[in-house]
Design a protein around this ligand. Sequence first.
Ligand code: GUN
Length: 649
Amino acid sequence: MEIIYRDGLARIGKFETPHGSIETPTILPVINPNIPTLSIGEMVALGSQGFITNSYIIRRTEKLREKAEKNGVHSLIGYNGPIMTDSGTFQSHVYSDIEFSNSEIINFQRKIGSDISTILDIFSEPDFSYEKAKTAVLETHARMQELPKIDDTILAGPIQGSTYGDLRKLSAELMSSSQAGYLPIGGVVPLLENYRYDILVDVIINSKIHADFSKPIHLFGGGHPMFLGMAVLLGVDVFDSASYVKYARNNRMLFLDGSRELSKISSLPSWSALYGKINVNELKEAPQEERSRLLALHNLSAIFTELNEIRERIFQQNLWQYVEAKARTHPYLFRAYLKILEYSETLEKYEDLSKKSSFFYFDRYTDRNPFLLRLKRHTEAVTGNDTGNSTVLSEEHWHPGRPHSEKLVNLYEHSGRNFLLKWQNQLVPIELEDTYPVEQIISSGKLTNHLDGIGEGPDLQDQAKSFTRKDINTAVPESEYPVRSYDLEKVRKIADFQFGIGTGKVLFPEGCTVTRSRSTGRIRGIFYEEKLIATQRAHDGFFTLSIDGAGMLHKSTTMPKHRIVVTNDTAEFNARGFNVFFKFVVRNDPDILAGNEVLVVDENDTLVAVGKSVTSGSEIHFFKSGVAVKVHRGAQQGTEKLAETDEKV
Ligand code: GUN
């Protein structure tokens, strides 16, 4: 699939099927061909881009089977867009054996023209023993492997493995390397029904991070609006659900934060498809069949309303904040959110260098956000965890976007010590003051252990005495002569954070010049021997490298550090400034962060361009189509000049 926007593991993507494309994240409503509840037109109007139906039920029901075999499943359903079919695994699981083999059921799905056909996988229950779950994984894989090469339908290869992380990993790897083009996470219906979203977090993460990132990930049965945001945050692209109908039949209504009984509500929410068309009393009094139909319509509108919000959050790159806030709407969601926080270190690898939206700091739980862990890890590496040798400044010294007092800069420049800012619940090097998320933060201001016993233990800042403004004003400089320049140290320390400790000195050697924007006073460009090395971006404080800057980074590192290696044949296009496509990438540094600057080199390690990586280094090799690096300068385009609006300082 093609990724259009990303926000960590979450993505707005698009994939093709024989009957048209599907934009994710989305849900395929379940259609029971025996008892259609809503019309296709009604569901399309709510946002459905495709449907899922059950090939086993069609095959077993003579009337449906004849129709489907003659005119195809699209004619049977009355829809000419993407249709996925399931295999009967769930029925086989619930009613024990079914009468068709895997090959038979796949061939039937092909015959009726299904766009996405599902193999007869083995459903692995959450309470399965390890051995039984492992057998389900291996047998499911064997069933995929027994099929010939198939290209008239997309094969769905379910990931099984119960609640065992290593089995989910094994299953995800086996299915990813098979001919499956679509990867549903299976065996989770009992977890969804019992609101065990916390266990689902384990299951989804262990499946997702070992799966092929270029293939859509589907969550079988996961259609409750409550959990959609978390699932998408963890990398699920597609859902399916019969819940909109099942709940409706029991007079239950889906809401964005849970379910409610029709008899217990007094009004309809404005997002409901029923809002303004019927009032609650009329709904309660409607005949049973009509009432179920209307409730199904309401329920599906709840699902699409939530999906629209999630999609928008990915675009804004603040889905994490949405999930963090939403976790407070239900204790079972909160339990799942705590589980997500246990995986923060893992999730950090897939997080971008920075985000479009401001960072929200709510409370001590926010300390476990992947961005704060990244920053904390860096600060500890810089200080060696020894704050005794650092000057810690209280918050009053720092006004985002405004220069420091002359006194403070003077103390800094006459000292070799680390200067750290108290920021939220941690310490950050003062030089990172305008990088994301240090400056781009909106905080509750609850910076102390205001909730006793919650969150982690005491942090660095508790061990270090901090300098107040009065201390700064009375402090005597450590050395008589300046030992460093704040501007130079600042750009170096940002480079150390962005590219790794030690990079700053390489990119910005003694004698380079820092320029500032005439209008804002902020650092703009850094020059060395009259050549532009890097510009500092206003929105996130990180650097965009020039081709000369890229050359300096290139010279000081070896393959494959910071590099994306392209085929020798295509390198000349990149040298002329054209983007790098995934299909021409030969290898890459696995540690690249999405959105960070990368060196584009050919197979002989000749630097041909510099640009921004679209995905993280661990994802690149999965993709075969689309842009991998947005090139901003090719080696043949030459050195960049100082902008007219900048002045040297
Ligand atoms: N529907 C709900 N769960 C599953 C599953 O694990 N496999 C298949 N094929 N369908 C499902």
